[in-house]
Ligand binder design. Sequence first.
Ligand SMILES: Cc1cc2nc3c(=O)[nH]c(=O)nc-3n(C[C@H](O)[C@H](O)[C@H](O)COP(=O)(O)OP(=O)(O)OC[C@H]3O[C@@H](n4cnc5c(N)ncnc54)[C@H](O)[C@@H]3O)c2cc1C
Length: 498
Amino acid sequence: MTDATVDGGHPEAAAPGATAPGATASQVRLPPVVAAEHHAAVAAFRESYADLPAGAPVRLAKRTSNLFRFREPAPRAGSRRAAQGPATPPGLDASAFTSVLHVDPAARAAVVGGMTTYEDLADATLRHGLMPLVVPQLKTITLGGAVTGLGIESTSLRNGLPHESVTAMEILTGDGRVVTATAEGEHADLFHGFPNSYGTLGYALSLTIELEPVAPFVHLRHFRYTSPQDCMAAIAQIAAEGSLHGYRADFVDGTAFGLDEIYLTVGAFSDVAPWRSDYTGQQIYYRSVRGPREDFLTIRDYLWRWDTDWFWCSRPFGVQQPVVRRLWPRRYRRSDVYRSLVAFDRRHHLSDTLDANRGRPPREAVIQDVEIPVDRGAEFLRFFAADVGMSPVWLCPLRLRSDTSWPLYPLRPGEVYVNFGFWGTVPLPPGRRDGYHNRLVETEVAALGGSKGLYSTSFYSEEDFWATYNGPAYARLKSAYDGGGRLSGLYEKCVRGS
Ligand SMILES: Cc1cc2nc3c(=O)[nH]c(=O)nc-3n(C[C@H](O)[C@H](O)[C@H](O)COP(=O)(O)OP(=O)(O)OC[C@H]3O[C@@H](n4cnc5c(N)ncnc54)[C@H](O)[C@@H]3O)c2cc1C
C-alpha cells in the first residue's frame, strides 16, 4: 500500500508485526522487512505499468489461470516472443505478489499478495489452525482472482463469498495510482465495485483478509434426494437451522447425477476421525458421495477434495480408469494440469478436428457457474436436464454474509441461492451454432431471477449485459479509476473476449 500500512488502518496503533490480543483484521501490521520488500515491489510494478506502450492491451503475466476464455498467453516482458512484435503484448510480471506476507493468529487475519494461490494461502494459515472464510476448491485460484472474479465454496452458506471477508485491498488502478480500498474509506466505491470487475478497474496487489479457526478433520455425511424439490427444501432448511437432521453444517455442497439422484454433502469440523479417506490416490471423490453415507477427511484434504479430479472433469483424459490412474503421476492429478491440457486442445482445435473427421456433430463447451434463488432451483435443474443434459452438476448453496449488496454482481442480501456449476461439452443439435446452449442458460438464469459468473464465455447483448451487471455503477467506477480506458472494459473483456 502507498502509506506505511497494508490495511488502511492507523499506522501508529500497533508496533509493526505485532498485533495486540483481540485485535481485528483491520489492524494487522506487516513485519518491517516484509513491508519494505513489498513496498519496493509495488513501486516497481507501478513503474512497469507506466512503461507499457500507450494503447497496447494490458495483461497480467500469471503462471496459472482458471478462466475459460482462451487466448494466446502473454509473453513475459523482455522474452524473445515479446521482442518479436506487438501481436501479443508483454504481460505485467506479477510474481512479486504471489506469497502470503503475514499471518496474524491473534487477529485471525492475513495480509496476502494479490496473485497468491489458495493452495499456498491455505497452507500458510492451516499452520496456525486457521483458514480463509471461503477457500475456492481449485488450488491455483488466486485470492485476487477470486475477489475480482468471484469465488464460492461449501462454506458460502455461512460465510458468503471470498470478497466479503476482505478488509482492505491495495490496488494499482487503471489510471496508474496505488490506493488502499476499504469498506468505509476514501476508496469505498472501489472496494465495493471490485468484485466482478475482472481486473478492468485495477489489479489487487495485496489484500487483508479475515480467517477462521479449523479443527483437524471434517466429518462428512451424504444425503440422497430423489427429486430436485426435496433437495432444495433441504437446502432451505439448512440455511434456516445451520444443520440437517441434527448434523451441524459447517460445510455444505451437493452433486446431481440426475433429477432422481442428487446428493447433499454436509460437513462438520471434527477433532477426531475414526478413519480418513484419501482421494488423491486411486479413489475418486465425486464417486464417493454415492456411498458409504459417512466419511472423514483431514481439513487439508477436504479443502482440495475436488481439485485432484477437477471435480469430475479429469474423465476425458482417462485418468479415472484404474490402469491409467496408476500410471498417471500423482503430482499431475491437479486441476491446473488438466486445464493446461484443455487449453492446448482448444488452441489447436484437436478435439474439434477429430470429431469432424469422424463425422460427429460439433460440440459446444458449456462451462458456467450460475446462482439461482433456492425456491427456483428445482426449475433450473429440470430446465438443465431437458435442454442441456450434462451430468453431474455441482450444487453449492450461498447467502451473502453482509447485509449490503455488491454493485457489480446482483445478489440480494438475505436471500439463499444455489450455485449450479457445470463444466463440459454437449453436441449441438443440427442447424445450431456455437453459443446455442450457453444462450439458453443465460435466458433461463435471467427468467429465474439468478445471475451468472463471467469467468467463461458469455453471449449477452451489450444492452442486456449492462442491465444485468449494473452499467451505471460500472461507468462511474471506470471513469473514477481508469478514466483514460487503459484497461479493457468489462463487456469487452468478458463477452467479446478482448
Ligand atoms: C471448471 C471451473 C470451475 C470453477 N469452479 C469454481 C468454484 O467452484 N469456485 C470458485 O470460487 N470459482 C470457480 N471457478 C472460477 C474461478 O474462481 C474464477 O475464474 C476466478 O476468477 C479465477 O481466478 P484466478 O486467480 O485463476 O484468476 P485468472 O484466471 O488468472 O484471472 C481471472 C480474471 O481476474 C483478473 N485478475 C486476476 N488476478 C487479479 C488481481 N490480483 N487483481 C485484479 N484482477 C485480477 C484477470 O485479469 C482475469 O480477468 C471455476 C472456474 C472453472 C474454469
